[in-house]
Design a binder for this molecule. Structure first.
Ligand SMILES: C[S@@+](CC[C@H](N)C(=O)[O-])C[C@H]1O[C@@H](n2cnc3c(N)ncnc32)[C@H](O)[C@@H]1O
Length: 413
């Protein structure tokens, strides 16, 4: 009897890459099973080892390239593949953008239909050194968690991080790291915030970091500076605290918010609901062009920042509500013409979708950082809303992640 066409995990075999999956991994076949292989491109032929064997598929790693694609570029990062954070650095930036646009098309066409109007992706002016926030973990020195594991990969330099973060790494490595669990660094044009978690020697931290950073927080306590940095988007400024969300690519925020503004197509008298509003950024950005805005957000620090940001920018026609949108949305007395939603990766809660359908705004503008959950939500919303167009935006160069902004208009019955 014939049992196995391939052998056990670890076997060295030749595979031709016939496609790419949504994570940018090459897809090949070993006998009747699909195999996913990072750092490969369509048309390449590679010798691989199988590293995981699942019921319906295999995962492989390249041992040798037998034929390389002309589209391949040499990744500049020495931690590429091992770290796993950047999974597209072996593609030219142009190819990365094409990959993401095709990924959005593929997901939308499979989940919804093939007539959806997907616009060309908006590329990032800066494809390296764009990240304004990173999270380090510790194993003797600092590094990143390898993707999908708790293994710390020590790094001296992260090519997608703001250079101010890289310049701080040697000093962070001089801290008494034994009891430090996590270090978060956030930046703006000229400021640095460091947040440390664990059992930390305050004096030692102050001596070693104070001259290089603007604020230091240990666990929940601000030990240096005022616990905030000020971010700039266009002609607006925004306070940002340690727990508040901020878009991580400073070079693309303006393009993202301008796309939302463009889709709003304001006449001036509109009432806007800004759901998942964070520090109030999108709402404040839009407030100058419409009658009134209400933002809702669950994070207390972010709402504090949002109220400060309203004052900082002299905006009088916006207010904010603290709480879980699923419940707060039922309490609002505003009848919005436009609702902007910008949820986390998990997308909209079903209860929120049901409320939106009841509220009946004439437009919904959906900002999403995960096309899979976006497609799931659009499939439900399309019963009541026409999906006019989707614009992908590259907020995360070198990685497979892609942001989308969607314009939806109420179907008249
Ligand atoms: C992707 S961020 C968007 C923030 C903001 N729109 C911006 O551009 O900076 C998502 C935000 O949703 C908030 N959030 C997550 N779940 C929520 C919920 N159930 N109710 C209210 N806010 C929520 C998070 O705290 C976070 O600030």
């Amino acid at each position: 009897m014939f049992f196995l066409c391939y052998n056990v995990v670890g076997d060295n075999m030749e595979v031709k890459i016939i496609n790419l999956d949504h994570f940018g991994r090459g897809i090949g076949r070993v006998d009747n099973k699909v195999v996913f292989i990072p750092n490969t491109l369509i048309g390449e032929v590679v010798n691989i080892d199988i590293v995981h064997e699942k019921k319906n598929y295999l995962e492989g790693k390249v041992i040798k390239y037998l034929k390389q694609s002309d589209d391949r570029v040499q990744p500049i990062c020495p931690y590429f593949v091992r770290c796993g954070g950047c999974d597209l650095s072996h593609m030219s930036y142009l190819m990365q953008c094409q990959f993401k646009e095709d990924k959005v098309k593929d997901i939308m066409h499979r989940t919804i239909n093939s007539n959806i109007n997907i616009k060309p992706i908006i590329p990032s002016d800066q494809s390296y050194n764009y990240r304004n926030k990173v999270t380090f973990h510790v194993k003797e020195k600092i590094g990143y968690y390898q993707v999908k594991s708790y293994e710390v990969i020590l790094i001296d330099n992260c090519y997608i991080a703001d250079d101010k973060i890289n310049q701080l790494i040697p000093s962070l490595n001089t801290l008494q790291l034994d009891h430090i669990k996590q270090i978060i660094v956030k930046t703006n044009n000229n400021q640095i915030m460091v947040i440390l978690y664990g059992e930390i020697d305050v004096e030692d931290t102050l001596i070693k970091l104070k001259n290089q950073v603007d604020t230091i927080i240990i666990n929940s306590e601000i030990i240096y500076g005022n616990g905030q940095i000020i971010k700039t988007v266009g002609d607006l400024n925004f306070y940002l605290s340690k727990n508040s969300f901020f878009q991580i690519n400073d070079y693309q925020i303006i393009n993202l918010y301008n796309k939302v503004l463009d889709y709003c197509d304001f006449k001036g008298n509109e009432k806007v609901l800004d759901l998942y509003c964070g520090t109030g950024t999108i709402g404040i950005y839009l407030s100058r062009y419409c009658q009134t805005v209400l933002g809702i957000e669950v994070n207390e620090d972010a709402i504090k920042d949002a109220n400060q940001n309203k004052k900082l920018n002299n905006i009088n026609n916006i207010s904010f509500m603290l709480g879980d949108i699923q419940y707060k949305i039922e309490e609002i007395d505003l009848k919005p013409d436009i609702v902007v939603v910008d949820p986390p990766r998990k997308g909209l809660e079903l209860k929120v979708i049901e409320s939106l359908v009841k509220i009946k705004p004439s437009k919904i503008i959906y900002v999403s950082c995960d096309p899979m959950t976006l497609a799931r939500d659009l499939k439900i919303l399309q019963e009541d809303y026409k999906i006019n167009e989707i614009t992908p935006i590259d907020m995360f160069p070198q990685t497979n992640h892609v942001e989308c902004v969607v314009l939806m208009t109420k179907i008249k019955r």
